[in-house]
Design a protein around this ligand. Structure first.
Ligand SMILES: [Zn+2]
Length: 71
């Protein structure tokens, strides 16, 4: 399973947290987990991870960071 954040390395950190009644699973490689300072699965900042995930997905969708809206 690949890392959710960089989508490159193999995920070795697996976190589950329930937010707004939805169970969220996050899989990260060790470097990404270290970057987010996730060393305690019960105390990690879900907001920080979600924000990182969102940034990472935005990059994947717009790899060239184009400002042109093609719809
Ligand atoms: Zn990663």
């Amino acid at each position: 399973m690949k890392c959710d954040l960089c989508n490159e390395k193999e995920a070795s950190v697996h976190l589950t947290q329930t937010a707004d009644g939805e169970s969220l699973e996050i899989h990260m490689c060790e470097p990404c987990a270290a970057e987010l300072a996730v060393d305690d699965p019960r105390g990690f900042s879900l907001a920080a991870i979600l924000s990182a995930l969102e940034t990472s997905r935005r990059k994947l969708q717009n790899p060239h960071c184009t400002t042109d809206a093609e719809s």
